[in-house]
Design a protein around this ligand. Structure first.
Ligand SMILES: Cc1cc2nc3c(=O)[nH]c(=O)nc-3n(C[C@H](O)[C@H](O)[C@H](O)COP(=O)(O)O)c2cc1C
Length: 221
């Protein structure tokens, strides 16, 4: 698979088969991803890979908690600004429309939306997940480094025939995750990532992107 194929075939997969992901493959991917760049090479990511019984138990606890309607954990970072301006508000709303219409859910059907959202904490059926933490003392450039690292992981997973879904949803139940992982206090959970082989029976709509001239300006030649 060339790099263009890896980039274009990576998408947020929300339906995985239960085919296990071998430790060997995960180690190969994460060893290669370590070559992602970071300012001053500080490599500001801390990753926990969870599979098997610990993941099954974590999913069960998280799903039960959300289904029960427990409040989210206190936020350590804002997922989005409280008032999203243009063009981001429109893009987010277009995404929501696409996602829920693909699932056959009406926009105002909150119960159905909640049921769909709960699949997040079951890792959409994936048999493996990683949890990505960043030190609370680090700043915005280091959060950007973490993003580059995660994209590197997701592209390498494609090279192994695997798919992924990055999930900030896990930060909403970070204390439940911490029960399994016991991370040091200085770490903030940025996101989880479901990892596995795609279930081809689960239908999806490919998300679109803004046209190039909306996000890129060429200056000069
Ligand atoms: C940092 C980050 C957090 C995300 N969190 C979630 C999430 O909690 N649940 C989910 O279903 N998708 C999540 N996504 C996936 C995005 O919705 C998805 O990447 C976006 O809509 C573009 O679609 P695509 O990745 O399929 O191309 C997240 C993506 C990123 C990069």
């Amino acid at each position: 698979m060339n790099i263009y194929e890896a980039v274009s075939s990576r998408r947020a997969v929300r339906g995985f088969s239960n085919r296990p992901v071998s430790r060997e493959v995960l180690e190969r991917v994460l060893s290669a991803a370590a070559w992602a760049p970071s300012g001053s090479n500080i490599q500001p990511w801390t990753i926990y890979v969870v599979t098997g019984t610990p993941l099954t138990e974590l999913k069960t606890r998280a799903v039960e908690r959300v289904a029960h309607g427990d409040p989210w954990d206190e936020r350590q970072f804002e997922m989005y600004p409280p008032a999203m301006t243009s063009p981001y508000a429109e893009r987010r709303s277009a995404f929501g429309k696409e996602r829920y219409s693909a699932l056959g859910i009406a926009r105002d059907d909150w119960e159905a939306r909640q049921r769909a959202a709960i699949a997040n904490w079951n890792c959409f059926g994936a048999p493996a997940a990683l949890f990505c933490y960043i030190d609370r003392d680090l700043g915005r450039p280091q959060w950007a480094d973490v993003g580059m690292y995660l994209q590197t992981v997701m592209l390498l997973l494609r090279a192994e025939g695997l798919h992924s879904c990055p999930q900030m949803a896990w930060s909403q139940v970070r204390e439940t995750v911490a029960q399994t992982l016991s991370p040091p206090d200085r770490l903030i959970l940025f996101c989880g990532m479901s990892i596995g082989y795609e279930d081809p029976m689960v239908s999806y709509t490919r998300t679109g992107r803004a046209p190039l001239d909306e996000t890129v300006a060429f200056v000069g030649g």
